[in-house]
Design a protein around this ligand. Structure first.
Ligand code: SF4
Ligand code: SF4
Length: 332
């Protein structure tokens, strides 16, 4: 009788596990203020179309970073690489594509005080309207979202992308955008010409500017269980909003100046380079200082959300709904 031997499973992590771990490590070690840093100094145009005011506010305050696993980080990287691939394809077709602002040599940027963003590219020579310069906005999508996009169009299916394009067109004074979305399942490409809508752009920018300088977080949505706080697929898988813990479970936010009671963003006409101010130390805070914070950090109580039981100097003791005690801030 033949003897069957089975190969023992190798000890330790597999190659994909190591590869994904490397992505997580690089994300954790991203230099402050670099492109890899998840903290953006401005309130980004890419989120201005989000329906929840509180989401915009918590994002701008760096309340908590998206905890992305290595697989997701690599997925996002693929989206970025898709852009240079598509730019090459468009140029090969004879379309003129500018992916760098000729004035700065860098990515096209728009900025209105604390609100801003970076655009993908600008194109001229599209078959749809050869004489009209277009903003180019590229996204990638899974098949399910892609089919929804084809059925409903970008304004209804992806309102955040729609608003993002409106804001960029406003900033770059363009009348049209071409929205392109690549399906990651089959490489199909959806495209849609989007006309500039001044009212949408101005309303969205004004909303961001208003929320950026509010000192306390806007109210929560009505329910922790429904969108936009919680997305649930047909098979029951749930995706909580990245701020779900802060909004519904009294999670302590990240420790940086923007979540501290003593910091406030400078007024709109004095916020060049993302300047904020600290009233505890009575000095201004540049973006690097905002990231670092100091040992006097005290979280804004309205983010924490528990009932305040005791205030002692720069320390607050909270009573949580489940009876537990949460202490935040510097020791008295
Ligand atoms: S959890 Fe809900 S209320 Fe909180 S930021 Fe997200 S969407 Fe808004
Ligand atoms: S007290 Fe410290 S953490 Fe708070 S705003 Fe001032 S420098 Fe930042």
């Amino acid at each position: 009788m033949a003897r069957i031997t089975t190969k023992p499973a190798p000890a330790g992590p597999t190659t994909p596990q190591l590869l994904h771990a490397a992505y997580e490590r690089r994300a954790a070690e991203a230099a402050p203020c670099s492109d890899q840093d998840w903290r953006r100094d401005h309130l980004g145009a890419s989120i201005l179309g989000h329906q929840c005011d509180r989401y915009l506010w918590l994002s701008f305050r760096w309340a908590v970073g998206k905890k992305l696993d290595g697989r997701t980080l690599r997925l996002l990287e693929r989206g970025k690489r898709e852009e240079s691939w598509l730019v090459d394809d468009l140029r090969a077709m004879g379309v003129e594509v500018w992916d760098r602002d000729p004035k700065t040599g860098e990515q096209y940027r728009v900025r209105w005080g604390h609100v801003g963003g970076g655009c993908d590219f600008v194109m001229l020579g599209l078959t749809e309207a050869p004489e009209v310069p277009h903003l180019g906005e590229l996204k990638t999508s899974n098949l399910k979202q892609f089919e929804r996009l084809k059925e409903k169009g970008v304004k209804a299916a992806k309102p955040e992308h729609y608003v993002q394009m409106q804001v960029y067109m406003h900033g770059l004074q363009l009348t049209h955008a071409l929205y392109l979305c690549v399906c990651k399942d089959n490489d199909d490409i959806y495209s849609e010409r989007v006309a500039y809508d001044q009212a949408v752009a101005e309303r969205s920018i004004a909303r961001g500017q208003r929320l950026a300088v509010v000192s306390d977080p806007p109210d929560r949505q009505e329910s922790a269980e429904f969108p936009p706080c919680m997305l649930t697929s047909k098979d029951g898988t749930q995706w909580p909003c990245q701020f779900h813990d802060q909004c519904w479970k009294g999670g302590i936010p990240e420790k940086n100046c923007r979540t501290c009671v003593s910091a406030s963003p400078n007024a709109m006409d004095d916020c060049t380079d993302g300047l904020w101010s600290c009233e505890h130390h009575n000095h201004s805070l540049n973006p690097m200082q905002q990231r670092a914070g100091c040992n006097q950090h005290l979280s804004i109580p309205a983010i924490v959300g528990h009932q305040v039981a005791k205030v002692d100097g720069r320390q607050i003791t909270y009573q949580a709904a489940d009876g537990s005690v949460v202490v935040d801030g510097a020791a008295p």
